[in-house]
Design a protein around this ligand. Structure first.
Ligand code: ADP
Length: 295
């Protein structure tokens, strides 16, 4: 069952940048990862779905709501977590959540308390609920953003590049929380980090230049490249020549300080190459390269 449907969406900014280019995408409930480099158009797409800006053309439907015609109906069931947070007052997380719950019209104290406790528990903030949100670290503020979002029981959750800038432990904690809430909601999650998608998402799309290059699953994307990924130890000076002769996906040093080139080829490119298991990063780099050479 698909419940978020985006059809032929286009957005051109006044400076002429086409940030979203005739994009269509169907998304089912669960965790959906939107993977793309900086400038791909991910934020523009997400802000448009979140009704924060209008596209030039196209349509968006979520569970029967025509999002562009009826933005208020979507806002009632939407949780949107932007990249940047505003300034928080010197108030404890618990009190601030109580305030937000009241604003959202949760009148009964008992109901409010239950809701807040659940939000604090899901986001692992229960222990620090008495601390001022202004004193929280970046990762804790991100989690507070999720807690705040959960108060309104959103059906659609949009999270824009949440892991950028988090340290590894906070990143893992944040991904775990998303994993938990992803089982009950439709979560659209954007990132430029391949591992975020690999660890978290059942479904995904690769986006660049305002377009969807591939809609797939992390497993299928890698599986498609079986027996097509080859590595070879090289000298650093050879890199440019390899790049011009082959489809070079990446290069990295191994422990013995040898540089390895990783290339894509349907056939074994030469005797000095060794077959390697494909991964999602290969699929991502290949999709970006093929899109660039097609231009
Ligand atoms: P991403 O989130 O994938 O990094 P964005 O949606 O932020 O991509 O940006 C897509 C393109 O649109 C980029 O080229 C960016 O510079 C441009 N862009 C984004 N916002 C604006 C804006 N308000 N005005 C003009 N250009 C913009």
């Amino acid at each position: 069952m698909k419940n978020l449907s985006i059809k032929q969406l286009t957005k051109v900014y006044s400076n002429g940048v086409k940030a979203v280019d005739n994009l269509s995408l169907e998304i089912s409930p669960g965790m959906f990862g939107l993977l793309g480099p900086n400038g791909a158009g991910k934020s523009t797409l997400m802000r448009t779905i979140a009704t924060l800006q209008n596209p030039d053309s196209g349509s968006i439907h979520f569970n029967g709501i025509d999002v562009l015609q009826d933005p208020m109906s979507l806002r009632k069931i939407l949780g949107y977590l932007p990249q940047e947070f505003g300034v928080y007052p010197k108030v404890s997380a618990e009190r601030l959540l109580a305030y937000f719950a009241r604003l959202k019209g949760v009148e009964k104290k008992q109901e409010r308390q239950a809701l807040i406790q659940k939000a604090l528990e899901v986001t692992n903030l229960y222990e620090v609920r008495k601390k001022h949100v202004s004193s929280y670290s970046g990762g804790m503020k991100q989690r507070f953003g999720i807690a705040q979002m959960l108060l309104s029981k959103p059906q659609l959750i949009i999270v824009d590049e949440p892991t950028a800038g988090l340290d590894p432990a906070e990143r893992q904690r944040f991904l775990n929380i998303l994993r938990e809430i992803g089982t009950e909601h439709t979560v659209l999650f954007s990132t430029h980090i391949v591992d975020d998608v690999k660890e978290l998402c059942h479904e995904m799309a690769i986006m660049n230049g305002g377009r969807i290059l591939q809609q797939t699953t992390p497993e299928a994307a890698a599986d498609k490249l079986k027996e097509q990924i080859w590595t070879k130890p090289i000298q650093r000076e050879e890199l440019e020549q390899i790049r011009s002769s082959y489809t070079l996906l990446s290069s990295h040093y191994k422990r013995d300080n040898t540089l390895y080139a990783r290339i894509h080829s349907p056939e074994k490119p030469g005797p000095e190459f060794t077959a390697s298991e494909p991964n999602l990063e290969d699929a991502y780099f290949l999709a970006l390269q093929q899109a660039n050479t097609a231009v």
